[in-house]
Design a binder for this molecule. Structure first.
Ligand code: FES
Length: 160
């Protein structure tokens, strides 16, 4: 990754926007990438504005990948005030906003954000249907509570 992109990612991470669960959300979408193990959940709340239903606020939770967190931070700001259709029309590289073009190995990080947005806004088109906003567990819950037959992830203490 080039130094400029790394600096822009670090700048976005220094003041991440819209992190955390959004209580009272109207929609929630969750996606995971089996290759890198990253998961991202996105909550969306709508409001009426000039007779249109637009996104009032969107928040996210993510573990691990800095690029996905940086893109989610920028994308959740970018989609405010847009209708669901306008938000869905944004291309992957547009969601990454001021990060600019991502290198090929990092494009899937932005696609994770795009996937969570699609999962929230058009769940009928996404195979893994999201839980309803009221019942959606936090990502930490998802990691901590294994279903039968699944592996429980245990986080290691930070190296000293
Ligand atoms: Fe997989 Fe970023 S490395 S989402």
């Amino acid at each position: 990754m080039n130094d400029d992109l790394q600096k822009r990612i670090q700048a976005a991470l220094a003041n991440p926007q819209n992190m955390g669960e959004l209580t009272g959300a109207d929609a929630v979408g969750t996606v995971g990438n089996a290759d890198c193990g990253e998961m991202l959940r996105l909550w969306v709340k709508f409001k009426e504005q000039n007779g249109k239903k637009v996104i009032d606020r969107a928040t996210f939770q993510s573990f691990g990948c800095e690029t996905a967190i940086a893109v989610a931070s920028l994308a959740t700001e970018l989609i405010r005030g847009k209708t669901a259709e306008e938000a869905l029309a944004l291309k992957t590289e547009e969601l990454a906003g001021e990060l600019g073009p991502l290198p090929p190995m990092k494009i899937h990080c932005a696609q994770l954000v795009e996937g969570a947005l699609r999962s929230a806004l058009e769940p009928e088109k996404v195979e893994d249907k999201p839980a309803s906003p009221a019942k959606a567990p936090t990502l930490l819950d998802s990691f901590s509570r294994p279903k039968d037959g699944t592996v429980k992830l245990t986080f290691l203490d930070e190296e000293k």
